[in-house]
Ligand binder design. Structure first.
Ligand code: ME8
Length: 627
């Protein structure tokens, strides 16, 4: 048994949690549950970030003292995690005594390292980020690159951390540990930050009063980001040097979205280097969850109505959709129509119907789970596939490919459906074939038990429901073939994913998704068309690819991120004419390596005798969806 420590960011309490927070926390939950299933000793942290000027302001706006405001907000997060079946081991609050004392101990160690000095600071400050925006990120308009809000000019006496001193050691760490930051796009981003040079950072604020005082100069409050990062250690009892701290630190994986990797993969490790403490093993970032292609925004009213979807489809369908539909490192657009489609196809049809069908046949033909005695065609293939599914699942989870992990399990689900079909098991009730029928049904039920184990980290309630219906009194979490006892009285086969009321659905679904599917060849169902994520993008640069006369390597800006794409347009466009052009791209095409060059998406073009890039009649904001 090995220790496994996984964390989410601690979320700011100046707003209520939304689907973006839910996504990160569900991902971390699936990972924590998966490691528990493997028998590891897991510690799973989530929590809230309660200090700083923004929280202070939110408390003032709400007419409450900061602590009272935090005491009101924290339970809203706790309540949501309960509703989403999150299995955290600690809900961390930065206003807790344990955190305060731990943070003071860490700050003292940081000060003693000699890498903290006093200086004055002036610069353009973003309040929502609570940071000075470095010169190189500044635009002429002086707006925050993240929040798009005007920056304030601020002058302060601050304490600084000598981050610049750790540049070389960080670079070395990145090179020696290629998986330290995952996925590669984020790693490369940070490597280029490192290449361009790190500046020392201010770690205190004298203009802020809601926070933890610096133990070496109580006039100053520690910068909220520096304080927040320490929570990952203070939560374990760093302050008292506890056994728990020694068991779980360093963390195995810090999970977050791509907005805060710099803090986690540059500043946090440098702080740990200064204090001679071990670094987290991995910093892993997923993309943005968007709504109609746009960033979620309270002020602009762009939100995902997860409550309605959970109410309509159930929690597990929501969890399944998030984990199955989105490719982990990339942005993903939340679409209720896709949740509906996944519910019907994967959950109700593939899995739910299989369980019902098999239980129905057992109930009709046997008193209880029959003994497998007569082996035949396909049996060995099924048992072998069960084991390979376990191995493949492990591989995918270890690379955070939750979508492929679930697809792997569903390949097995569909194989069992085929097994039932191929063996025509319902025709074997005659005396001479009944023992074969019993064996096939036993195998199908054992496969369902096996599947329930594999899906339990992702959709735990469903996993339990399946085992209950099979007749198991207690959840059997072992993925070894043949553990299903003979003689259990199986359930009657209540549908685990009942049909969703169509009338109710019609009000909620866009009309198209309830249209009957086109059967003719060459026609594509609307739902399939919707799978394509077509977006407006801008070419930033274009370069030839050595040894590939027809190809160009493009750097493309999708508004929320930059991507590299390979396009077969070199014979028709000179590279130097392409920068600045708006194009239409397929954003969710599986990444591919073309002539040794990675391509993350595809640029669309009319392709006949000549090749002409597809564009819109007039320019539109980058990232706009094409439908
Ligand atoms: O940054 N899509 O807190 P925060 C996906 N307190 N994930 C999203 C998202 C979206 N649209 N919106 C938010 C902070 N998230 C600091 C962290 S940690 C020491 C301190 C998730 O409330 C995602 O995990 O702004 C992102 O990194 C995090 O919420 C930011 O949460």
């Amino acid at each position: 048994m090995s220790a496994f420590y996984v964390t989410t960011p601690i979320y700011y309490v100046n707003g209520e949690p939304h689907a973006g927070h839910a996504y990160t926390t569900i991902v971390a939950d699936a990972l924590a549950r998966y490691h528990r299933l493997k028998g590891n000793d897991v510690f799973f942290l989530t929590g809230v970030d309660e200090h700083g000027a923004n929280i202070h302001k939110a408390a003032e706006d709400a007419g409450l003292a900061p602590q009272d405001y935090c005491d009101k907000m924290a339970p809203i997060f706790i309540e949501l995690w309960k509703r989403l079946n999150i299995s955290h081991d600690i809900f961390m609050r930065t206003t807790s005594d344990m955190h305060k004392r731990g943070a003071e101990k860490f700050l003292t160690a940081l000060y003693d390292s000699g890498d903290v000095y006093k200086g004055s600071y002036e610069g353009h400050y973003c309040r929502p980020c609570e940071r000075f925006v470095p010169e190189k990120e500044l635009t002429d308009e002086k707006i925050c690159p993240i929040h798009k809000l005007p920056l304030e000019w601020l002058e302060e006496e601050n304490y600084f951390f000598r981050l610049s001193k750790y540049q070389d050691r960080l670079l070395e760490h990145f090179h020696e540990n290629p998986d330290f930051v995952y996925p590669a796009a984020r790693r490369n981003e940070l490597l280029s930050v490192l290449d361009s040079g790190l500046e020392d950072i201010s770690i205190s604020r004298s203009s802020v009063s809601w926070g933890i005082s610096l133990p070496f100069d109580p006039e100053h409050i520690v910068y909220v980001w520096i304080e927040a990062l320490m929570n990952y250690m203070t939560a374990l009892g760093y302050e008292i040097d506890s056994d728990q701290y020694h068991t779980f630190w360093p963390a195995d994986v810090h999970i977050m979205a791509k907005d805060i990797t710099r803090f986690h993969a540059l500043i946090w490790p440098a702080m740990l280097m200064a204090t001679h403490l071990p670094l987290p093993k991995q910093v892993v970032a997923h993309g943005w969850l968007t709504k109609d292609g746009e960033a979620l925004s309270k002020t602009r009213g762009i939100a995902i109505d997860m409550d309605t979807d959970i109410e309509t489809y159930g929690l597990d369908a929501f969890r399944y959709y998030l984990l199955r539909e989105f490719s982990f490192g990339n942005d993903g657009d939340y679409r209720p129509a896709r949740l509906h489609a996944r519910y019907n196809a994967d959950l109700a049809n593939d899995l739910g119907n299989l369980l019902n069908r098999v239980l129905g046949l057992v109930n009709k033909n046997f008193e209880s789970i029959p003994e497998p005695t007569t082996f035949g065609e396909f049996d060995d293939e099924i048992t072998a596939m069960a084991q390979t599914t376990v191995a493949k699942l492990d591989e995918h989870i270890n690379s955070f490919a939750f979508d492929t992990a679930l697809e792997t399990v569903w390949e097995f689900v569909r194989r069992i459906n085929r097994y039932v079909q191929q063996t025509q098991v319902w025709t074997l009730a005659k005396l001479e074939t009944k023992s074969r029928m019993g064996t096939i049904l036993y195998n199908s039920l054992e496969a369902l038990r096996f599947i329930s184990v594999l899906i339990s980290p992702f959709i735990p309630d469903t996993a339990e429901k399946i085992q209950k219906q099979i007749g198991l009194a207690e959840f059997d979490a072992v993925a070894e073939w043949g553990r299903l006892p003979v003689g259990l009285a199986v359930g009657r086969g209540e549908p685990i994913f009942p049909r969703i009321d169509i009338k109710k659905q019609k009000q909620k679904q866009p009309k198209e998704s309830t249209q009957p599917k086109q059967k003719e060849a060459n026609l594509v169902a609307f739902a399939d068309f919707q799978k394509l994520d077509l977006r407006v993008a801008r070419i930033l640069s274009a370069k030839p690819i050595e040894g590939a006369d027809r190809l160009l390597k493009l750097e493309v800006d999708l508004g929320t991120e930059k991507r590299q794409m390979v396009a077969g347009i070199a014979e028709h466009y000179k590279p130097e004419t392409l920068a600045g052009r708006q194009v239409i791209v397929v954003a969710n095409l599986e990444p591919a390596t073309i002539r040794g060059v990675e391509s993350h998406g595809m640029v669309l073009a009319g392709s006949g005798d000549s090749v002409v890039l597809a564009t819109l009649e007039t320019e539109m904001p980058l990232g706009t969806q094409i439908r």
